[in-house]
Ligand binder design. Structure first.
Ligand SMILES: NC(=O)C1=CN([C@@H]2O[C@H](COP(=O)(O)OP(=O)(O)OC[C@H]3O[C@@H](n4cnc5c(N)ncnc54)[C@H](O)[C@@H]3O)[C@@H](O)[C@H]2O)C=CC1
Ligand SMILES: CC(=O)C(=O)O
Length: 570
């Protein structure tokens, strides 16, 4: 485990130590030149450790020499003042001293103090350290703020937003609206130009406004969270797209609500999704399968990991549909999976029978549930589920776009050698070979993909995405992918459980949007606590629209097959 030394244990430094402890990724040593501060803060933090489960040690030292053996030193000196300039002037003598002291330090120095660019530049010049080894938190804070403001404006989670900020922190921050995107959708398609300008202005003025609000005592949570984001990137040796330190967001886990969450089937996707959801520790999980004993065994096996994960929730298995009574969310993964040489449509006959039975049980026992359909052929099974439950279309939707997009995100990240987190993409249409990857709606830390990869490479990665499921089936031979499908399903369920709103591609029932009616198709939606709130209509160009129509036609063919199957079984 790496060790981080923090110089300055007041607000910024102690918050960094706190965030790192919660992440359990480093050992942290606090130092402060004022007697007692570092000792008091580290003791206070470690007293919280038994409850917050951080086994990572936070300690303190009264000798700067101890920090020379650390991997990262984070300078979090502060002297809260009315302006960044006056804070910098006060900090200058200490920065000069530290630059001398750390002249031969071999680790990385991260400057987290406010007036960040000035502090970082001065420290870097005076210390003579390799410039690669001195980093400032820079405009990452402004980037977090703009993400936050945009997310608030749209009522969605901030992690959907990508917004690199250039230049200097605060009033001189440079923010280009064309580089801001939400789940890959350019911001100007979602908010008016004047609203965007207002948000930018608000963010530029936020530093000064917060200083005024805090009555010169300084603001520090966002500053500390930004520092931790960079520390994480260093520790994990991640290739983040750091364009002016724009690394993602930091979340404090929400530990609210306990509700019933049902995973239908103990199969590969169902059981793995149950694992991802259970780890969140926010909802009970029931595994249901027709195979006797199997869901029970999975439930019990999961429960036995409780002592490591600190679960407050229950996970169990059943074969009895009555037990889904009043479930809040049902995930329908029951059904056969394809084998090499099979198309997803080859699963229709069997899976439509299963979804019919399951839907009737849902209607009877969990009439208010949200239903996330996963079984294939996805868009057709989702339609059958909607029809058989008789639920409103806002409460029945399919998981596919999240998976298809996550595959594309991974392929792009691999190609660019950056973290998949930095990539946002939209893959729309039916969950089949005609799905529609949208390079124009794909961004890397806000930068349009088309500026980073050639058309030829983009086409290659898009094709690999369209065939992504088949690539895995061909390797496995006995079934289909389930880790990424389960993670994608869990992402949707966890969003619902947290009561958050997010913009993601989901298979939704259409009522005229994009010129389509009466079918399910993967499209960007606002998914909120009550299900589908809105289908977002993108400004697709002719080529994109025609690809989407082609995909819709394929789904329509599946619906015709569904009708034939139903009429022959009457
Ligand atoms: N939408 C998407 O992106 C994805 C869809 N899938 C689909 O999800 C489905 C499940 O895949 P896997 O978990 O890999 O298959 P699996 O075979 O591992 O699991 C399916 C489970 O369903 C159970 N089952 C069958 N009939 C049932 C019923 N009436 N009630 C309750 N349980 C029942 C089976 O006993 C089995 O345990 C497949 O149709 C697959 O094609 C898989 C991955 C991605
Ligand atoms: C199974 C499936 O639909 C997929 O892996 O895409």
């Amino acid at each position: 485990m790496k060790t981080v030394g923090i110089i300055g244990a007041r607000n910024i430094g102690a918050s960094i130590a706190f965030f790192l402890a919660e992440q359990r990724i480093t050992k942290t040593i606090l130092y402060d030149s004022s007697d007692g501060i570092a000792q008091g803060k580290s003791l206070d933090l470690m007293e919280a450790a038994p409850i917050r489960h951080f086994d990572t040690m936070v300690s303190n030292t009264q000798s700067l020499d101890t920090l020379l053996k650390t991997d990262i030193i984070c300078i979090a000196l502060e002297a809260p003042s009315a302006t960044p300039a006056s804070e910098f002037t006060t900090l200058l003598p200490q920065l000069k001293e530290l630059a001398q002291f750390l002249k031969h330090y071999t680790g990385i120095v991260l400057i987290a103090s406010r007036a960040n660019e000035a502090c970082t530049t001065v420290f870097s010049k005076l210390s003579d350290l390799n410039s690669d080894h001195v980093i400032g938190v820079g405009t990452l804070v402004d980037s977090m703020r703009i993400k936050n403001n945009i997310a608030q404006e749209l009522g969605i989670v901030a992690e959907d937003v990508q917004a690199p900020v250039f230049g200097m922190q605060g009033s001189n921050a440079i923010i280009f609206p064309s580089y801001i995107s939400v789940s890959g959708i350019p911001l100007p398609e979602l908010i008016s130009a004047s609203k965007i300008q207002n948000i930018i202005k608000e963010v530029q003025e936020m530093n000064n406004n917060l200083l005024m609000l805090s009555k010169d005592r300084g603001v520090y949570y966002a500053q500390a969270a930004a520092a931790v984001e960079i520390i994480e990137a260093i520790i994990y040796n991640e290739n983040r797209v750091l364009c002016s330190c724009t690394v993602g967001n930091f979340h404090i886990p929400d530990i609210a609500l306990s509700t019933t969450q049902v995973i239908n089937a103990k199969g590969n996707v169902g059981a793995t999704a149950a694992y991802f959801i259970a780890k969140e520790n926010i909802a009970d999980v029931l595994l249901l399968d027709v195979v006797e004993g199997l869901p029970q065994s999975k439930g019990l096996d999961f429960s036995h990991t409780g002592s490591f994960h600190g679960y407050d929730i229950h996970i169990r298995g059943t074969n009895d549909f009555k037990e889904i009574k009043d479930a809040d969310i049902i995930v329908h993964t029951a059904g056969i999976a394809r084998k090499p040489g099979m198309d997803r449509m080859d699963l229709l006959k069997i899976n439509v029978g299963i979804v019919t039975d399951v839907s009737h049980a849902i209607r009877q026992y969990a009439p208010n549930a949200l239903v996330v359909v996963v079984a294939n052929p996805l868009d057709i099974i989702a339609l059958a589920c909607l029809q058989e439950t008789g639920f409103p279309s806002s409460r029945v939707f399919g998981m596919a776009g999240v998976l298809d997009s996550t595959r594309l995100r991974y392929f792009i990240a691999e190609e660019l050698n950056v973290l998949p987190d930095d990539v946002f993409s939209m893959v729309l249409g039916g969950h089949g070979d005609t799905m529609v990857p949208l390079p124009r709606y794909t961004t890397v830390a806000g930068i349009p993909l088309t500026e980073l990869l050639s058309d030829k490479k983009i086409k290659e990665l898009s094709l690999r995405t369209q065939k992504g499921g088949a690539e895995i089936v061909n390797y496995l031979k006995t079934g289909s992918a389930y880790y990424a499908p389960a993670a994608s399903t869990a992402k949707m369920v966890i969003t619902l459980l947290h009561g958050q709103r997010t913009i993601i591609p989901v298979s939704v029932f259409l009522n005229g949007e994009y010129g389509q009616k009466g079918i399910f198709l993967g499209l960007p939606v606002i998914l909120g606590p009550k299900g589908i709130e809105k289908t977002i209509e993108l400004s697709l160009n002719k080529e994109e629209l025609s690809a989407l129509q082609h995909s819709a036609e394929e789904v329509q063919k599946g619906i015709e097959e569904l009708k034939i199957l139903r009429s022959s079984s009457i």
